[in-house]
Design a protein around this ligand. Structure first.
Ligand SMILES: NC(=O)C1=CN([C@@H]2O[C@H](COP(=O)(O)OP(=O)(O)OC[C@H]3O[C@@H](n4cnc5c(N)ncnc54)[C@H](O)[C@@H]3O)[C@@H](O)[C@H]2O)C=CC1
Ligand SMILES: CC(=O)C(=O)O
Ligand SMILES: [Mg+2]
Length: 571
């Protein structure tokens, strides 16, 4: 691990103000000279640590915590103290710590936000403070030119639903992953929660609940509130990527459509999930040696993720075959709470934003609700994807029925956190006699390959495998929008890096331990696409190799620069 960079930066903070600033704090790693210059001599134990020694100590402290939620709290607190150490520790033990800062543990941390709370982070915006929103926004930006804002209104956090003010947790976690995986400078990122109230009665009844204790704002009031926020982003941070996370399905779709031509925006649950699933599917069909247009695809759970996946895969079929959009759409069978989405369902059982080509016609399917097993029997799908939050929905009967018709069923139970997964991969593996090609939303241990000493690594098909690269590539390009072609370029690059391409017994996506290298490649692919389409800024270097080196240099890494005291320096 490199512990100091060659860079020297000017800092205007002294003593406790420096030690309490997580961006600049080095704790026990301040050099003797820095201790002299910044009034720190007697404020620190005598020895000067390296970053590696700090990481070793922090890791020991981490390991001493007795539960995942306590480990999550420990890491939160470390982040509030020292960003460099926090990111260096995460990078050093990435695969182990990732599920602690993200799914599944972060879901529990968010659900218990008001009880675990110690220190605020990011920006909290609520309707009673609408009049001061601009002032509060500018305060949170602290004069910085941001590259990234992650915003959530917390209506559909992971699979655990409406979490009110706890939503800041998902914005912050997604922002951390941008830094960890893509090298977005944490000082140029902001986590925001639009705390517009909550319909989660448990939160409303909780005396310790910290959010805006009202039912969710809806309708025109909600739209005006979001409009005001987006207008501030456009006005004060025109170059920043605005990432939407875990909005309720109707708002997610609507807001993406509303703002996509106005600012560089991205909806992770729709676009990120669509892209990562496309990459995993490309790897799976390279194993089955079939074409994407020949798949019959059942998607169980037609919300943000399910619809995002359907649209991304449909568009991929159109791109790689002679199929029209309608022909491509006819390969999909979407199910929601009332079973198969088909025209004979009452109007209020199908969300109005779902395009009719994704809804099956009644002649084929008759009246009444059609459940998953019936759909599997009739459709004989090659691909079954779960985005429903309905645990264990892919029963033994469902998996075995699928196996009757295809040799290698592709089964992606993507719901998070772990306990909401549609099928445990161990069960799907057993029921399919080891034939299922699997990917899940949260991490699962490898499963046995029948008749082999080897294990089958279940890919983690989570948008976190791709969104940092999609976002960083867009930030680098300074394109006005993250275009569909840029997203496809990122997904294509990810699928090329799948271990299954080299060995069909290997995982459909790379491991999360490689998330940094992988997302750098994704970011480059996105940047190249923007350059090719003429969407990149003129500041982007002209030659391809030059661009790669330039992009590498733009990555923030967890190293300590040297500090020089200067009254005009960073505060
Ligand atoms: N692996 C990944 O990268 C991602 C996974 N997800 C996961 O997917 C799940 C859904 O997330 P979103 O789409 O954002 O939520 P959402 O609320 O927009 O969608 C869930 C959909 O499932 C439907 N549903 C609920 N119960 C059902 C049942 N019993 N049968 C069929 N459909 C049912 C709901 O009506 C809704 O339309 C969550 O668990 C989330 O964590 C979401 C985004 C990314
Ligand atoms: C992964 C993600 O974005 C979700 O579960 O909502
Ligand atoms: Mg999400």
């Amino acid at each position: 691990m490199t512990t100091t960079s060659q860079k020297t930066i000017k800092v205007a903070l002294r003593g406790p103000a420096l030690l309490n600033n997580p961006r600049f704090n080095k704790g026990s790693a301040f050099t003797r000279k820095e201790r002299d210059d910044f009034g720190l001599r007697g404020r620190l134990p005598y020895a000067v640590d390296t970053l590696q020694e700090q990481v070793d100590r922090a890791y020991q402290q981490y390991q001493a915590r007795s539960s995942d939620i306590l480990r999550n709290s420990f890491l939160q607190s470390l982040k509030a103290q020292n960003w460099t150490l926090f990111y260096a520790l995460l990078s050093a033990h990435l695969e182990e710590l990732f599920p602690i800062i993200y799914t599944p543990t972060e879901a529990d941390a968010i659900a218990n936000y008001s009880h675990l709370f110690r220190r605020s982070e990011g920006l909290y915006l609520s309707p009673p403070l609408t009049d001061t929103m601009e002032e509060d926004f500018l305060d949170a930006c602290e004069g910085r030119e941001l590259e990234l804002i992650v915003v959530s209104d917390a209506e559909a956090i992971l699979g655990i639903g409406d979490q009110g003010s706890g939503g800041i947790g998902i914005s912050a976690a997604k922002a951390v992953i941008y830094t960890l995986a893509a090298g977005v400078d944490p000082a140029k990122a902001l986590a925001v929660t639009l705390d517009v109230g909550t319909n989660n009665q448990d939160l409303l009844d909780d005396p310790l609940y910290m959010g805006y204790r009202e039912k969710r704002l809806r309708g025109q009031g909600y739209d005006e509130f979001v409009d005001k926020f987006v207008a501030l982003v456009k006005k004060h941070q025109p170059k920043c990527l605005l990432h939407f996370e875990d909005f309720g399905v109707s708002n997610a779709q609507r807001l993406l459509a509303k703002y996509r031509d106005e600012h560089s925006i991205f909806n992770d649950d729709i676009q990120g999930t669509g892209a990562v699933t496309l990459a995993a599917l490309q790897a799976a069909i390279s194993v089955t040696r079939t074409n994407i247009e020949d798949q019959r695809i059942v998607i169980y759970g037609a919300g943000s993720a399910g619809l995002g996946i359907a649209r991304q895969l449909r568009d991929a079929i159109v791109l790689s075959s002679s199929c029209s959009e309608a022909e491509a759409a006819s390969r999909f069978y979407l199910l929601d709470k009332h079973g198969l989405l088909k025209r004979s369902l009452p109007e209020d059982q199908i969300r109005p934003e779902i395009e009719s080509s994704l809804i099956r016609s009644e002649e084929d399917w008759g009246d009444g609700e059609t459940g998953l097993l019936e759909v599997i029997k009739k459709v004989k799908p090659t691909v079954l994807i779960g985005t429903s939050t309905h645990p264990k929905a892919f029963t033994e009967e469902v998996v075995k029925e699928m196996c009757k018709h295809v040799d290698r069923p592709i089964i992606f139970p993507l719901s998070n956190p772990t306990r909401l997964c549609e099928v445990h991969p161990k069960d799907a593996n057993e029921w399919s006699g080891g034939k299922a090609l699997m990917a899940t939303g949260s991490p699962f241990p490898p499963v046995d390959i029948p008749g082999s000493e080897k294990k089958y690594v279940v890919a983690e098909c989570n948008n976190a495998m791709i969104y940092p690269g999609l976002g960083f590539g867009t930030i680098l390009s300074q394109s006005k929008a993250m275009t569909p072609d840029m997203i496809v370029a990122g997904a294509k690059r990810l699928s090329e890096l799948a271990p299954a391409l080299k060995d069909p017994d290997q995982a459909l996506l790379p491991p999360f331990g490689d998330i940094g290298d992988i997302n750098f490649e994704i970011a480059l692919a996105v940047l190249e696409q923007a350059v090719q389409d003429g969407d990149a800024s003129s500041e982007v270097p002209k030659g391809k190799e030059e661009r790669r080196n330039w992009a590498k240099g733009r990555r923030w890494t967890a190293v300590y620069p040297e500090y020089e005291y200067d009254e005009g320096g960073y505060k």
